[in-house]
Design a protein around this ligand. Structure first.
Ligand code: MN
Length: 235
């Protein structure tokens, strides 16, 4: 048997290497910084963070031109630390969870906020708000040993040079080890999985032409440009 057509996995470059990290799955954490929970005015501040997924081919790299997505008027950035998983894990205890980490990257969880709010109001899944084409920009992955103490790093997201989000990774409600331990209770974590760890306050709308950059201490920055809307039918 041969394949009808070939599929190509999304890949992310590895800093200091000529090798590529193939993407298997993309998990995202919702509600992982208290200041963002407050600005979104959603749920109860004591609610636990939760997970959703984006399709692996939504991953685009540093320097990408991200087309302004169809059927939204509120296309927002969420700057996030991305964890690249390099080992298999099921029911991994928090104390051992960091053993699964291959490395870290700067990422953006791009969001059609109006569609996300509509999904929430109608109590349907978030796919339309979160899981669209090119919705998961991810910078080059720095291997964990070379990344320094990511827990002590600061994250900055700028739009056209102006700082829009600025936090310490340490302000996450769930830290990286806790996120991986919880994810591994619901899913078999595997090499190739990326985990977007949530965003702090400051999210706002993007326009075509904007340059969005995420800097996290110790990691390679990620820059993408928002391009014009592609030719989708408009209604
Ligand atoms: Mn997010």
């Amino acid at each position: 048997m041969t394949l009808l057509f070939s599929l190509t996995a999304s890949t992310v470059p590895v800093v200091g290497s000529d090798r590529l990290f193939p993407v298997r799955r993309v998990y995202c954490v919702g509600r992982n910084y208290l200041d963002h929970v407050r600005e979104m005015r959603e749920g109860d501040e004591r609610d636990k963070p939760f997970f959703f997924q984006k399709p692996p081919d939504a991953v685009v790299g540093d320097g990408a031109r991200v087309p302004y997505p169809p059927r939204t008027a509120d296309f927002e950035f969420e700057g996030e630390l991305v964890v690249a998983v390099g080992a298999e894990g099921v029911d991994v205890p928090v104390e051992r969870a960091l053993e699964l980490v291959f490395g870290y990257a700067a990422g953006i969880d791009l969001t059609r906020r109006d569609r996300q709010r509509d999904c929430r109001e109608r109590q349907v899944a978030w796919e339309a708000g979160k899981s669209f084409d090119a919705s998961a920009p991810c910078g080059p992955i720095t291997p964990a040993a070379a990344a320094g103490d990511v827990g002590a790093a600061e994250l900055r997201l700028t739009v056209d040079g102006a700082v829009r989000q600025h936090t310490r990774i340490a302000h996450m409600i769930w830290n990286v080890a806790e996120i991986l331990a919880h994810l591994s209770m619901d899913y078999r974590l595997m090499p190739g999985d990326l985990v977007y760890t949530g965003t702090p306050a400051g999210v706002a709308a993007l326009r075509p032409g904007n340059e969005v950059r995420v800097d996290i201490d110790g990691l390679t920055p990620l820059t993408v440009t928002i391009a014009e809307r592609k030719n989708h039918a408009t209604h």
